[in-house]
Write a protein that binds this ligand. Structure first.
Ligand code: HEC
Length: 149
């Protein structure tokens, strides 16, 4: 197969998948979990910097910006129909959309406040802002994520 033909075949295969609902839901779930893992990754990196486990303190602003950007897209990773399959997302997300929106908003606000604090480079602001951010993860996980046994 030529290179062009194999690219074409891949495009055809991907578009065929897009029209199959279960595959799409599966993709949405995997994408959501990947976004959450990125959020968790930034959280771990930030925690390492705050606890002085690394000399890379100057990178804090990068992780804070990444966290704020990801908080900004958090609302988009829970589309209708992505509630069944290999997911820990609870039906409450779609059954109580107003409550869920509030949990997302809390996260967005805390992530942007943390971003501002990180830019200030003032530990007296960074510490409490990090605590508030962590609370918003916990709040949403407690109400909208299946508990691990
Ligand atoms: C608005 C709700 C909400 C907020 C806020 C939120 N999460 Fe999540 N998180 C979820 C849900 C729901 C899942 C389960 C997703 C799934 O399985 O489809 C999840 C899953 C995860 C996972 C596991 C991903 C995987 O499958 O491997 C990690 C790690 C994670 N969240 C970290 C965080 C951190 C850290 C924060 C805060 C900085 C945060 N989350 C904020 C709702 C939220």
């Amino acid at each position: 197969m030529t290179f062009e033909k194999s690219i074409l075949a891949a495009i055809v295969a991907v578009s065929a998948m897009a029209f199959t609902a279960p595959a799409l839901a599966d993709g949405e779930i995997k994408y959501r979990q990947a976004v959450m893992k990125s959020i968790g990754g930034h959280m771990g990196a930030i925690s390492g910097i705050i606890k002085k486990g690394t000399a890379n303190r100057a990178n804090l602003v990068t992780h804070a910006q990444g966290m704020a950007d990801l908080a900004g897209i958090a609302a988009t990773v829970f589309p209708e129909g992505s509630d069944f399959g290999e997911t820990e997302a609870l039906p409450a997300i779609w059954e109580k959309p107003e409550d869920f929106k509030k949990a997302v908003k809390m996260f967005e606000d805390a992530a942007s406040a943390f971003n501002m604090a990180a830019k200030s480079d003032d530990m007296a602001q960074i510490g409490p802002a990090f605590g508030n951010l962590a609370k918003t993860c916990k709040n949403c996980h407690e109400n909208f994520r299946e508990k691990k046994q």
